[in-house]
Design a protein around this ligand. Sequence first.
Ligand SMILES: *Cc1c(COP(=O)(O)O)cnc(C)c1O
Length: 356
Amino acid sequence: MLHVTKSFLPDLKEYVSYLERIWESNHLTNDGPLLRELEQKLREYLQVEHVIFVTNGTIALQLALKALQVKGEVITTPFSYCATSNSILWEGSTPVFADINPISLTVESAQIRAKLNSQTKAILTTHVYGNAGDLEEQEALASEYQIPLIYDGAHAFGVTYKGKSIFNFGTISTCSFHATKVFHTVEGGAVMTNDAKLAAKIKELRSFGHKNDDYFSAGINGKNSEFHAAMGLVNLGHFEDIRNYRMWACDLYDHLLQVPGEAIQFNSHIDRNYSYYPVLFPNEASLLKAVKTLNSVQINPRRYFYPSLNTLSFVEKQSCPVSEDVAIRVLCLPLSAEIKEDEIRLISDLVNQCFN
Ligand SMILES: *Cc1c(COP(=O)(O)O)cnc(C)c1O
């Protein structure tokens, strides 16, 4: 069985060497030495001032909204994983969906502007597939309306925009380090910001809102363990090799696939991380045919991201025609640090036969 992704696992010996340190320190969780080391290494690698390692990428979004005290309308993307809009709902706010660009699949800045009003408390959008929209324009919009800009960077680990980490944009960026992501800590995520006060608030909220013996606020448990930090420390050392391998795989797909119509385009200012290989089919019927054909030979692509989040039964009805159209036509093909050339050739042959 070949799945849409295969989690990277390092050599067991490498991981065990970190486990030995846990056995020596007997420090299993709660701001331990490996967590601090991982946060430090991520700060250096990503060139962001504050990296706060948390339980997962969803709690990272919730901590961001909570720390910024966002309550009200949040302008967001309909084309993302449901964790993006669910985190807004879970924090008691209302997602307002701004439609996407049909080529980049990121939110169109003009659509954000059209939805901004006095009830808007934040913008929270996604660097979907590690792609970037017009970040400067979005930052300008947020500062014009004096509201925070949060980026769900769950797909964007290692992506740079005009030479610096994409996590430097916006008030806060979050990332997911889930096992299916391009860099992972099994379960995990991070909140990143260049604002020291916000970082301190997020650290407080991550740890029940409890500091010292006598300080309490309404926090949550968003802490992550030494075992997860250890996986991150090992995997970080392999990230560039993983990225290069995935780049090779994506280039081969690009070369072999004969996608009709307009292909998805990545922002020319970014260095990609090759986190996903999305293909835009001419219609849903051809996509379903490809899924069936691939499944029949034990290959499992995934409909990332389907359905368009504005059509979920538990959000207020809003129209986003571009996202709705893309969501029924987009399919992610298998991509991992281990996928073989003959597998990519087979998948490409089968998919090409479904385009017409
Ligand atoms: C994976 C993902 C998340 C959630 O991350 P978890 O670590 O699984 O909680 C959030 N947003 C997007 C866009 C994702 O793809």
